[in-house]
Design a protein around this ligand. Sequence first.
Ligand code: FO1
Length: 306
Amino acid sequence: VLTVLCGGVGAARLLAGLVDVVDPGSITAVVNVADDTVLHGLHVSPDLDTVTYTLAGVHNDATGWGVADESWRVMDELEALGGPTWFRLGDRDLATHLYRTGRLAAGAPLSAVTAELAAARGVAVTVVPVSDDPVRTVVVAATGEHLAFQEYFVARRCDVEVAALHFDGADAARPAPGVIEAIDDAARVIVAPSNPLVSIDPILAVPGVREAVARRRDAVAAVSPIVAGAALTGPAARLLPDLGHDPSALGVARHYQGLAGTIVIDAQDAPLRDAVEALGMRCVVTDTVMADRDRAARLAKVVADG
Ligand code: FO1
């Protein structure tokens, strides 16, 4: 059994590679929920959807979110009505949010709804939100302004100097059913190449999760999402320095030092190997740029074999 701590795009690519090298039924994806938002009364779960859509083979790689072969008639009509369209919800993607919102309103927990959506799309990997309770990333700008994550990421395009991150609701959140067991029982726990601060930390912030991962440190491998000082997707390269972290694979290694016995870094960062190992972490150097499915499968094999 493999358990993967997942954010968005980088995690989904690694999962797509993993299902090519191990039985999908043996993989549990524990996914961040702190990017979730309610818009037009609809509950949107970007990281859960990116993971589920990617594993179902329907992820929209052109936009980076939502469903492929998308149409935007509802957004166009909403625009004509003067409604908010800054957060683009495609017609096919909307079906997911309508389904999720209806089931949540009927009292189903997010984990049950997520399992129904994964099953409906033929996904064999167990996709589970880290918690059924609300955890929401709040970005505190240097100006003091508090931004919901999607306001920061989409509306402001990350063009904000960040002073702090808060994970509202984390202290009261409980791990979703099966999350702690998936970490305790896994042969290996993988921290996907997602943003350490806004994708992985909100997972670890749910009480009990960080402790469970730390207990398994010798079986935990983290994949650096930073390659040669740059993030491949998303705001990591800006957020890390804003919050005092070194925006490098070494900075990522430091961030995970107490949790991961192994860190996987890209060949371009091979010069950092000694500094990483000086942290008491095993350092695996390989190609971590998942530019295509074959490279994702090769990285997945390295990570799964340990
Ligand atoms: N990202 C954007 O940059 N612009 C959007 O309009 C947008 C819409 C959107 C709708 C549904 C969804 O699941 C994700 C969406 N995203 C959009 C991406 C989203 O902000 C990110 O996937 C995560 O929150 C960061 O991982």
